[in-house]
Design a protein around this ligand. Structure first.
Ligand SMILES: Nc1nc2c(ncn2[C@@H]2O[C@H](COP(=O)(O)OP(=O)(O)OP(=O)(O)O)[C@@H](O)[C@H]2O)c(=O)[nH]1
Length: 368
């Protein structure tokens, strides 16, 4: 049995963690968290960290003892420099909370790249974990909607670079912009995206700790994640009633199944494909044909099959990327955002017009 740690940092990280716990405890019961009947096979510890107490209070499926408040106003207001100071000041406390939970085989740290708290805490936390422990640490990073503004864009660019330099064993990308086809208002889009991410992570945990017909394990996952440019994404699809398993595999690898915009046949570097479902529905020929198609494009593909009586086929694909053109696009607009903010700061510090306006009433008093 694997010991797994999942940390959710900042509002986005907290919410995705809560979605994971909701799935794990069973959607129906708000009180599942008190009953400790997780669906996990592994020993999973979840920890939510935030500077904003309201974000932590919003969590419905994560135990109170697993929500760590680091007091700093109501968040760090998208300022990563402030966030870094707050983490440094509270590092001992945060690390103690994690260490009290024992040792782990693998850790996932979930965050948005663009806010203040999660995006600054995550690289520093990963660095601390990597310095003190030898288990792999993967970061699940949510990229912003591109229209959210210059501060979020510049944060995303610096955060991703910081996570790569932190010693993380891999970054799994999910992109709000790409996933916004979930539609609806922002809140329902967030919930939809969070559920997609939660479902994929839970499937992955299940697969890493399963008795499979064909085995993939944590070692294979590590090998996949160490391929490519340190970036990865996840695809998933659940077959409809009569859908053949080959179509489910194709859909998991297609744009509608992925968390990040990429052509897997062009940009992927290594892959792990796990298929779960009723034995009758898992045609080995179809699975082999699809996996061979992928491996002829990307090189190595690990294949896992989990037999579950009565279940429709579900397919999870973890793909590391050797290039990511969408990320290059994001950095191109982030560079503009960084320049825009820098120029504005210079303008504000040069221009004394507002001071000049105030100086007109120097030495005067109001008369009534
Ligand atoms: N997918 C998804 N994205 C979210 C969610 N909440 C916020 N975001 C995105 O996260 C980014 C903002 O980061 P947050 O996580 O809210 O910020 P934070 O880490 O709490 O930092 P501060 O609020 O600045 O202290 C934006 O790009 C949002 O679109 C969510 O529930 N789901």
């Amino acid at each position: 049995m694997l010991n797994i740690l999942i940390v959710g940092n900042g509002q986005c990280g907290n919410r995705i963690l809560d979605a994971i716990n909701r799935e794990a405890f069973g959607k129906k019961s708000r009180f599942g968290k008190y009953l400790s009947q997780q669906k996990y096979k592994s020993n999973v510890e979840t920890i939510a960290i935030n500077t904003a107490v309201n974000d932590l209070k919003e969590m419905k499926f994560t135990k109170a003892k697993d929500r760590i408040h680091i007091p700093h106003l109501h968040g760090v207001g998208a300022n990563r420099n402030v966030g870094k100071h707050v983490f440094e000041d509270n590092k001992t406390h945060i690390m103690r909370q994690i260490e009290e939970r024992g040792n782990f085989d693998v850790c996932f740290v979930i965050t948005s790249a663009s806010g203040g708290t999660g995006s600054s805490f995550t690289p520093m936390l990963v660095k601390e974990l990597k310095e003190k422990h030898d288990f792999p640490v993967y970061s699940v990073v949510v990229l912003p909607f591109r229209e959210e503004g210059t501060l979020y864009l510049q944060n995303a660019a610096f955060c991703l670079r910081d996570i790569r330099e932190s010693g993380a064993d891999g970054i799994i990308l999910a992109d709000n912009q790409y996933l916004k086809q979930m539609g609806g208002n922002v809140e329902s889009a967030y919930n939809g995206i969070n559920d997609m991410i939660a479902k994929r992570i839970l499937f992955l945990l299940d697969a890493l700790d399963s008795e499979m017909m064909m085995v993939t394990d944590l070692g294979d996952f590590k090998t996949v994640m160490s391929g490519g440019a340190g970036l990865a994404t996840i695809g998933f699809y659940e077959a409809k009633e009569d859908m053949p398993v080959r179509t489910a595999i194709q859909k998991a690898l297609s744009p509608s199944g992925l968390l990040f915009s990429t052509d897997v046949y062009d940009e992927a570097s290594r892959a792990m494909v796990i298929i779960r479902g009723d034995r009758e529905r898992l045609s080995i020929d179809e699975i082999s044909t699809e996996v061979e198609k992928l491996s002829s494009a990307v090189g190595h593909v690990f294949k896992g099959i989990i037999v579950r009586d009565g279940e429709l086929p579900q397919v999870l694909a973890v793909l590391t990327l050797e290039s990511a053109s969408e990320l290059e696009n994001l950095y191109a607009i982030a560079v503009d955002a960084i320049k825009y903010e820098r120029d504005k700061k210079e303008r504000v510090s040069n221009v004394k017009e507002v001071d000049r306006a105030f100086s007109q009433i120097d030495g005067m008093d109001p008369s009534y």
